[in-house]
Design a protein around this ligand. Structure first.
Ligand SMILES: Nc1ncnc2c1ncn2[C@@H]1O[C@H](COP(=O)(O)OP(=O)(O)OP(=O)(O)O)[C@@H](O)[C@H]1O
Length: 307
């Protein structure tokens, strides 16, 4: 069964701003990156998936449920981490997450236990009785993640979970999201305007631009092998490049790598022979894979994060 399926999904605000236009996607369970520049329509899509907003046209289903009709059923199985903070500063994380567990319908004791568990998962167990107002940005992001997890959902929708975090905080948050998706068996949709970020932790990607679908696919199908061989030797790179040029293999340099066009199958053997003839220590010889970012070269607003 599809995790999320939309058909010609369209959302206009006030009949003027088109936030989503004719969006058709069919996504399998897993960790899914939803990428697009600011204003691309990511938050709008999440809110439609949750049943918080009604689409202007088209259909949508989440875990086989129509959120426009069966909002309660969707929210019982979906956790949501909003982009902006609306955390009360003067209560502890334990109280806050327990309260939201209660609002999801958990009995008092179960809500308290689940809140402790969710706060442990996000690494806030020791600090759970401190007031949220004294938390760092990273800790507040983790509280938002814990409240999304408290009712044991099947799907998490995370709106820009790395917002406001420094590079180390972003790495930690991404690792946590990845762990939730892989170890807890919960599907995750993680929104970001940074393609390089989500590409690292997702198995599928939905890219939107101006409310329209750019591409939705498995990351593995996006990073197909290219027709370039990457060669790295621990020393003698210049000598190898000259030797290959003499054999008619013009290599370009990319840092310590020599990139050789893979004209035919014989190129592989000729490179190996050249390395052996020069008696160089071969570190790497592999077919290069396309980077996901290269596929979106026409959508420059999708920054590739250099983290
Ligand atoms: N309530 C609203 N009323 C009018 N226009 C809106 C409303 N909410 C969003 N928009 C507009 O719809 C478009 C898509 O916005 P949305 O917030 O879904 O994008 P986004 O990809 O999540 O961007 P961001 O990361 O900046 O939140 C933008 O042009 C935005 O200005």
């Amino acid at each position: 069964m599809s995790l999320i399926a939309t058909e010609s999904l369209t959302k206009t605000y006030g009949g003027k701003v088109t936030a989503l236009a004719d969006l058709t996607v069919d996504v399998e369970p897993g960790v899914i990156g939803l990428v697009g520049a600011n204003g691309a329509g990511k938050s709008t899509l999440l809110k439609i998936l949750l049943g918080l907003l009604a689409p202007t046209a088209g259909t949508v289903s989440v875990l086989g449920i129509d959120p426009t009709r069966d909002t309660d059923a969707v929210r019982a199985r979906v956790g949501y981490m909003p982009e902006h903070d609306s955390l009360p500063p003067d209560v502890s994380a334990a109280e806050f997450v327990t309260h939201l567990g209660r609002m999801s319908g958990l009995p008092r004791t179960a809500a308290r236990e689940r809140a402790s568990e969710a706060l442990r998962h996000v690494g806030l167990y020791e600090e759970r009785y401190r007031q949220i107002g004294g938390y760092s940005t990273g800790m507040k992001q983790r509280v938002k993640l814990a409240q999304a997890l408290v009712h044991d959902p099947d799907l998490l929708l995370l709106d820009e979970p790395t917002n406001g975090l420094d590079p180390a905080g972003r790495d930690a948050m991404l690792a946590l999201v990845h762990r939730i998706g892989t170890e807890f068996g919960i599907s995750v949709v993680v929104c970001s305007h940074l393609l390089g970020e989500v590409e690292r932790i997702c198995d599928q990607l939905i890219a939107i631009d101006g409310g329209r679908l750019l591409r939705a696919d498995r990351i593995s199908s996006m990073t197909t092998a290219s027709d370039v061989l990457a060669v790295e030797v621990s020393e003698g790179t210049d000598a190898l490049a000259a030797h290959l040029a003499g054999l008619g293999l013009e290599a370009s340099r990319d840092g310590r790598l020599l990139l050789v066009p893979l004209a035919d199958d014989a190129a592989y053997d000729r490179i190996l022979r050249a390395v052996a003839e020069l008696d160089l220590p071969l570190h790497r010889l592999e077919q290069r894979r396309h980077r996901v970012a290269e596929l979106f070269a026409t959508a420059p607003a999708l920054e590739a994060a250099d983290v």
